[in-house]
Design a protein around this ligand. Structure first.
Ligand code: GAL
Length: 356
């Protein structure tokens, strides 16, 4: 009797233990249209919140649509908000997402420092946070998914120094609030340093561009031309939007196409300028890969799966587990086998300018 009691008691303990640890797994249900829906243990759809800085630039519209598509293809739901560069709005939008009971938050910070508060608030509600493309500084971020932004800068500087190994350079930086702008600048100056130390290259202008806008970049370039009496031999602009602004300023002085200019993002306008020769190169970042990677990781983490990432990026507080994808330098010689081959832009769009 006593032995049977012990065995029974042991079996019930095992049963309870199994019951506790084996949290019910989210189930994937499909409705009559075969659309998969991932349900959490409360039978509610898994919901991902996507807090974006802005939709002003071409690329972010792509990021929004591709991320939404990828998350929904995995059966989860996504709620997207954009703050138009307003820090207070981004924080209140993220708070609303957190209170609405999302399972995970993905964020493109406008301000790398200010958004640390969002990570803290999400964690208080047991919600993990992934930084998308741009890092959140000084926060216990769970994961960072981006491209190697320092390498973007290196590619820009290598392309321009190959054409202009000696001369006066203007650096039209990105937004000082954006950690990517700092990483890119590190990459650029890592390549330029030996030229500068040899006295071959002079940095005659170096400014951040508020909110990465073409208008601010144009004003920066006009100031660079004015303060150097137009003695500028090369321009490295942090992305195609700022390159476009700088090229407008050069064009106003009859210098467009005469001064090599580097950009980033492979915006349509950027690659069209490469075709007509007013821009030298851009750095293509296959956003479709970034969005897909981030969606898969976000849904896995929202399902309670443990995600490991080999790379680490220090955000001033912790070594953030990171996934850094590889960018691609693009110029007139490899447009077809990169942005066109990937369907990032159609040949009709890219070569339209040339045709007219
Ligand atoms: C950066 C991003 C670039 C650029 C810029 C402006 O963080 O990496 O691709 O577009 O933002 O929004």
């Amino acid at each position: 009797m006593k032995r049977r009691a012990i065995v029974l008691c042991f079996l019930s303990m095992v049963w309870i233990l199994v019951g506790c640890t084996d949290k019910p797994k989210p189930v994937l249900e499909t409705d009559e249209t075969e659309k998969p829906t991932l349900l959490d243990e409360n039978h509610a759809p898994i919901r991902i919140g996507f807090s974006m800085d802005t939709l002003l630039e071409e690329r972010w519209l792509k990021d929004r649509d591709l991320f939404k598509e990828a998350v929904e293809a995995l059966g989860a739901e996504v709620e997207i908000v954009a703050a138009s560069g307003d820090d207070a709005l981004q924080i209140s939008q993220a708070e609303a997402l957190i209170h609405s009971g999302i399972d995970l938050l993905v964020i493109v910070p406008h301000n790398a420092e200010a958004t640390a508060a969002i990570v803290h608030k999400a964690h208080l509600s047991g919600i993990q946070v992934i930084a998308y493309d741009r890092l959140v500084k000084n926060a216990d971020l769970d994961l960072y998914v981006s491209f190697d932004n320092e390498q973007v800068g290196e590619m820009q500087a290598k392309a321009i120094t190959a054409l202009v190994p000696k001369g006066n350079y203007a650096f039209i930086g990105g937004a000082i609030t954006d950690n990517n702008a700092h990483l890119l600048k590190q990459g650029v100056f890592k390549v330029l340093r030996p030229y500068i130390e040899r006295g071959d290259i002079n940095i005659v202008y170096d400014q951040w561009t508020e909110d990465w806008t073409p208008v601010n970049a144009r004003a920066n370039m006009e100031e660079a031309l004015r303060t150097t009496n137009m003695q500028i031999d090369a321009v490295i602009a942090a992305n195609d939007a700022t390159a476009g602004g700088a090229i407008q300023a050069l064009a106003a002085k009859g210098l467009a196409g005469k001064v090599p200019v580097a950009g980033q993002d492979a915006d349509l306008a950027g690659v069209q300028r490469i075709v007509v020769g007013t821009q030298t190169m851009t750095v293509y970042k296959p956003i479709q890969m970034l969005a897909k990677e981030a969606a898969e990781l976000a849904v896995a983490m929202a399902k309670g799966e443990i995600v490991t990432a080999e790379q680490k990026v220090n955000n001033g507080k912790i070594e953030v587990p990171s996934v850094l994808l590889t960018p691609i330098a693009v110029n007139e010689h490899n447009l077809d086998r990169t942005v066109i081959f990937d369907g990032f832009h159609s040949p009709e769009d890219v070569y339209r300018e040339v045709a007219e």
